[in-house]
Design a protein around this ligand. Structure first.
Ligand code: NAD
Ligand code: TDX
Length: 331
């Protein structure tokens, strides 16, 4: 299979490609093309030695660039679209980049796949498209009710994907996963931001009362789910990726403090995120029926993740320096 993977210089896409290229000979793709715009979140270090692998071609480019797609997409058997602006707080500060990457970009990719007769397409989406749920869990039939601009753009992309399946017969499936954690996550999301702050001896900003609930899944389990949907997913079908660990932010932060050897006074309660979703929870029965179960338990996965940040300061220290300089220049 010749596979096109977008956004693979980011956190999840790079883990996905790493998993593919590590497969035994004959079981992985023949070739992987990566398109990534290398935004602030795109980092070639995430692909490291894979860049020297003859099975991988890296193209720096924008998935909203129709001309680029017309030259690159033909000849591929499948597309997995990870490329997106992905951080809720940034979408609150300004949503234009989110509309460009997540809506215009996904639409361009769906159109190019249709025009080139690409056989399969997986749109990597998120649980946030459903909004917030106080009790119970969302099934794939739950209504879309996004709250943040980020979630609204991801919901728009999902609707476009469904429309391309129905109107053009494109074989596109959608995955909706909860919060990912693991190595190489940009230090702006809760776990990498807090772990790197704690390792640097800084205090961590917990929004509101800290009672918001998220469910956490290891990035490698998410990637296995995406691969399963690529291989076995039905056209026009949505698959929730469930099975994560459900925790309040406060409970998670207690575990992070313990893992980093810091005391509770390292936590500062700060102003809440505007429109902060209270809880996400997915019913993962449909994907379980396809054979999916997460393999990495949360306690083990979190310990490995904290160890990775402890041992790979050269990966995250430059990123935090850039973030600090950007913050200094803000009015
Ligand atoms: P990330 O921010 O780490 O990486 C995104 C990548 O996309 C970067 O490499 C960036 O350079 C690239 N990109 C952005 N705009 C682009 C464009 N216009 N053209 C080409 N490349 C572009 O994000 P992530 O956490 O790895 O998330 C990957 C996908 O998974 C996203 O679609 C996100 O919505 C989804 N998702 C993320 C999570 C999570 O917890 N991180 C959970 C569920 C779903
Ligand atoms: O500094 C912080 N303090 C804090 O209390 C940050 C960055 C976050 N939080 C809270 C907000 C959330 O309740 O922690 C929780 C997790 O926040 P994020 O890591 O920003 O993730 P979230 O907003 O839940 O969205 C994530 O999961 C779904 C990803 O960023 C999305 O890309 C994915 O689609």
């Amino acid at each position: 299979m010749r596979l096109l993977v977008t956004g693979a210089a980011g956190f999840i896409g790079s883990a996905y490609v790493r998993g593919l290229l590590a497969r035994p000979p004959g079981q992985g793709p023949v070739h992987v093309t990566v398109i990534d715009r290398l935004t602030y979140a795109g980092n070639l270090a995430n692909l490291d030695t894979m860049l020297d692998d003859a099975r991988l071609t890296f193209i720096e480019g924008d998935i909203a660039d129709d001309a680029l797609l017309a030259s690159v997409v033909p000849g591929h058997d499948a597309i997995v679209n990870f490329a997106a602006e992905s951080h809720v707080d940034r979408s609150i500060a300004g949503s234009q980049d989110f509309v460009h990457a997540n809506v215009v970009g996904t639409n361009a990719l769906l159109q190019a796949a249709t025009d080139s007769g690409v056989g399969r397409f997986v749109q990597v989406s998120t649980d946030e498209v459903y909004g917030s749920i106080a009790e119970g869990s969302w099934t794939e039939e739950s209504p879309l009710s996004p709250n943040s601009p980020y979630a609204a753009t991801k919901a728009a992309a999902d609707l476009l994907a469904c429309a391309f399946a129905r109107t053009h017969g494109l074989h596109v499936s959608i995955t909706r996963c909860g919060n990912n954690y693991g190595p190489r996550q940009y230090p702006e999301k809760l776990i990498p931001l807090f772990v790197t702050h704690l390792l640097e001896g800084q205090r961590v900003p917990l929004y509101g009362d800290g009672l918001n609930i998220r469910h956490w899944i290891h990035v490698e389990d998410h990637c296995r789910a995406v691969q399963l949907v690529l291989e076995k997913g039905e056209a026009g079908q949505v698959y929730n990726v469930g099975g994560g660990a459900e925790l309040t932010n406060l409970a998670l932060v207690e575990q992070l403090l313990a893992a980093c050897g810091r005391s509770p006074d390292s936590v500062v309660h700060v102003k809440d995120r505007p429109g902060h979703d209270f809880r996400y929870s997915l019913d993962g029965a449909r994907l379980r029926a396809l054979g999916f179960t997460p393999r990495i338990g949360f306690t083990e996965g979190l310990a490995d993740t904290v160890r990775w940040y402890r041992e790979n300061r050269s990966w995250w220290e430059p990123l935090k320096d850039i973030a600090a300089k950007v913050a200094e220049n803000r009015p």
